[in-house]
Ligand binder design. Structure first.
Ligand code: PBG
Length: 347
């Protein structure tokens, strides 16, 4: 008889009685497509997908992102079209990221508080189209700062508390523009609480917060920074605010704090290299936990697919089901429309 586990739970039946060959043949359940479907433990659906989109100024223009084959930055009119497509495919939400005109980037990130900035105009345009879709906006200053950091630089440091004041202003204009979910991605301490209380005071109590709670200082963000135009401006790295790749317990503390401060959902980012974190967070906290399959993960798979080294459709689906297996409620992925189309085809 094996012992109870650390939580005092008795061992499960399957570990008590592993059985033996030939009475047990694991391959029986895998013998046909119908048995495999019948015993499937996890399934991906369009409902699990969030589609990140890059917004540029102008009209009827698409500009390719060379390090992200298949991804284009879109003007607002085309962003609205993309949102229509997302709806038709059953994708519940889009996440918008602005590529701000370099002339509007400044040390104080003032365009972030301009209710008529690119991302706010894009949000209003989608809202005006009357679509049944969630709009997620990042809360962080990097698209607006001349130095590419997510916070305000005072002297040599990213100043936490001054940045909080800026994030509050940014959150309020974005929520007023019609963002359904604000996703603070800046990793400043105390920002979830600060934003939540500002939203409550402004009567914006329905605005959801999806915290980028465990966000690692990662080289996998490179192509995203190309897309939003911050790779050339970024001075130094983000390791004084984003997490160190070797840490796990610290991620749990980050998540616990964000939940206590009022996060409705949390996110782990990047995705594939951090699936262990996705699993631990979703198990420990039992709240909707999202993973971001970031730009570098997409670039990696697409580059291999372009060379014919990997089968794109298959690695796309395999990489996405991995997030479900790890316990994620959903995935932010640049594959969203393609994956949703593939899922529709097999319906
Ligand atoms: C900005 C932000 C980043 C990403 C999402 N929001 C980049 C960064 O922190 O430097 C990365 C997304 C991706 O790589 O796909 N705070």
């Amino acid at each position: 008889m094996s012992k109870n586990d650390q939580a005092g739970r008795p061992p499960r039946f399957s570990t008590l009685t592993p059985g033996s060959f030939p009475a047990i043949r694991m391959r029986r359940n895998r013998q046909a497509d119908w048995t495999r479907r019948l015993v499937a433990e996890n399934r991906l659906s369009a409902d699990d997908l969030i589609w990140p989109l890059f917004v540029i100024d102008g009209e009827n223009q698409r500009v390719a992102v060379p390090s992200m084959p298949g991804v284009e930055r879109l003007t607002i009119d085309l962003i609205v079209e993309a949102a229509h497509q997302a709806c038709a495919l059953g994708i519940p939400a889009v996440a918008l990221f602005p590529n701000t005109d370099p002339a509007l980037r400044s040390d104080d990130a003032s365009d972030a508080f301009n209710g008529d900035n690119l991302v706010c105009r894009a949000t209003r345009a989608i809202r005006d189209a009357g679509l049944n879709i969630g709009i997620i906006l990042d809360v962080a200053l990097d698209p607006y700062t001349s130095h590419g950091h997510d916070g305000l630089v005072i002297g040599e440091r990213i100043d936490n508390d001054k940045t909080l004041e800026a994030l509050i202003k940014q959150s309020l204009v974005q929520a007023e523009a019609g963002a359904s979910i604000l996703a603070p991605s800046d990793m400043m301490d105390g920002r979830i609480g600060a934003i939540r209380s500002a939203l409550e005071s402004a009567g914006l109590s329905d605005t959801l917060l999806m915290s980028y709670a465990a966000k690692y200082a990662s080289a996998f963000y490179g192509p995203f920074r190309d897309a939003v135009g911050s790779s050339s401006t970024l001075k130094g790295d983000k390791s004084t605010y984003q997490m160190d790749a070797g840490n796990t317990n610290e991620a749990l503390r980050e998540v616990a704090l964000d939940i206590a401060e009022g996060a409705d959902m949390v996110m782990v980012k990047p995705g594939m290299p951090y699936l262990d974190i996705v699993q631990r967070v979703s198990e420990e906290f039992q709240l909707p936990t999202f993973a971001y399959q970031v730009s570098g993960e997409y670039a990696m798979l697409m580059a291999s697919a372009e060379r014919g080294w990997l089968d794109k459709d298959r690695v796309m689906m395999e990489s996405l089901i991995a997030f479900k297996r790890a316990g994620a409620a959903g995935v932010l992925t640049y594959f969203a429309p393609e994956a949703a189309r593939a899922l529709k085809a097999t319906d």
